[in-house]
Design a protein around this ligand. Structure first.
Ligand code: SF4
Ligand code: SF4
Length: 204
């Protein structure tokens, strides 16, 4: 059986122990919290990357992504080619009153069109305003932090490797063209440019 008054003594002991320590209370909103860069605050849409594949809307467990689109015909790129049809986005909205911030939509998007932003200050007094349409989702993109740097030991991204290969190829072609021009008696064959003579020539 507990001693009468022991609870009060324990409580006072805690008070005495902590009353001289600094408070850890965050003075929000005067002081903004320091959040990890990958905090799940709100979702931003990078519309240019969206192909309206509907994967995010289909996989969302809460069915809170609304997408409307229509098809457009794109003329053939070359004479005799075939016309192509493509999806054009009419509406993209996320209802954040239903969203459970699972991140599945971002994970499944095959075209990197959705991103987490750490912004969280979008409380509304009307629940309908928590449905963010494409313009608002686009605005959130400006608050998405830059991706972390690659691990130095990581494999080079395929896009960079392809760009480097194309640049090397263009450089080699330009060098070959310049060499061919020189061999054919181009501007560089008329004499030695100042400062490019054989070492020791100037002293002879
Ligand atoms: S985070 Fe989850 S619940 Fe929210 S929109 Fe994406 S898939 Fe749906
Ligand atoms: S999964 Fe990505 S590309 Fe497909 S509709 Fe959603 S945001 Fe657009």
């Amino acid at each position: 059986m507990p001693i009468p008054g022991s609870g009060l003594a324990k409580g006072l002991a805690v008070t005495l122990r902590t009353m001289t320590k600094r408070s850890h209370t965050a003075q929000y909103p005067e002081v903004q919290p320091e959040l990890p860069p990958r905090t799940r605050g709100v979702i931003g849409l990078f519309e240019e990357n969206c192909t309206v594949c509907m994967l995010c809307a289909r996989e969302c467990p809460d069915w809170c992504i609304y997408i409307d689109s229509h098809k457009e015909t794109v003329p053939a790129a070359a004479p005799g080619g075939r016309e192509r049809s493509r999806n054009v986005l009419d509406r993209f909205a996320i209802d954040f009153s239903l969203c459970m911030y699972c991140g599945i939509c971002i994970e499944v998007c095959p075209f990197d069109a959705l991103f987490w932003s750490p912004e969280f200050e979008y409380a509304e007094t009307d629940i309908l305003d928590l449905t963010h349409e494409r313009d608002k989702l686009r605005q959130w993109m400006w608050t998405v932090p830059a991706p972390p740097a690659l691990d130095p030991a990581a494999e080079e991204p395929k896009e960079l490797a392809a760009a480097r290969k194309a640049a090397d190829k263009a450089e080699a072609a330009a060098a070959a063209a310049a060499a061919a021009e020189q061999a054919a008696g181009g501007p560089a064959s008329g004499g030695t440019a100042p400062g490019t003579g054989t070492p020791g020539e100037a002293d002879a």
